[in-house]
Design a protein around this ligand. Structure first.
Ligand SMILES: Nc1ncnc2c1ncn2[C@@H]1O[C@H](COP(=O)(O)OP(=O)(O)OP(=O)(O)O)[C@@H](O)[C@H]1O
Length: 137
């Protein structure tokens, strides 16, 4: 027997449970950020630096493009630190004892954070530097 015709709105709706699973995935991701934030001193430092950068942005009234650069720099540092945290946890899980590859994995992941942080430092200096110098003059 032929299937009853489904109204268009029904066909556009995601299959049952799909939306709930997407929402749950966001929940897991936020839980990951929160768990890392609670346990990682470096992330807590990034959180303080992020608040300071946002505060300076409002204080100096930076432009839209400058906000975009600051947001990108902040997001890169957070993303690198979160991936580093995940790699550290996985490394400790699979290689609790000493192994050169475990050390390499951790060093390389830490290198990614270092590069992101240096980039953010350059962005911060280029964006906020001129505003600070203008006040100092
Ligand atoms: N299982 C291991 N095998 C070999 N070397 C390791 C191992 N665990 C850590 N290391 C070395 O020690 C360094 C420090 O590792 P550790 O796990 O203490 O991270 P960390 O740099 O202190 O990071 P965080 O302060 O964010 O925890 C690594 O970068 C790596 O060079």
């Amino acid at each position: 027997m032929a299937e009853p015709a489904t109204p268009n709105s029904d066909r556009l709706r995601p299959p049952d449970g799909l939306l709930r699973r997407r929402v749950a995935s966001f929940g897991h991701a936020f839980r990951g950020v929160w768990a890392a934030l609670r346990s990682e001193v470096h992330l807590q430092f990034h959180a303080v630096a992020t608040v300071v950068a946002i505060g300076l942005g409002f204080y100096f009234g930076i432009s839209r493009l400058e906000w975009a650069l600051v947001a990108l720099a902040v997001a890169c540092v957070w993303a690198a630190e979160l991936v580093n945290t995940a790699i550290e946890a996985l490394t400790d899980l699979v290689s609790p004892g000493y192994h050169p590859l475990a050390g390499k994995a951790k060093d390389v992941a830490a290198g990614a954070v270092l590069l992101a942080a240096l980039g953010a430092l350059v962005v911060g200096a280029l964006v906020f530097g001129p505003y600070v110098l203008a006040i100092a003059e």
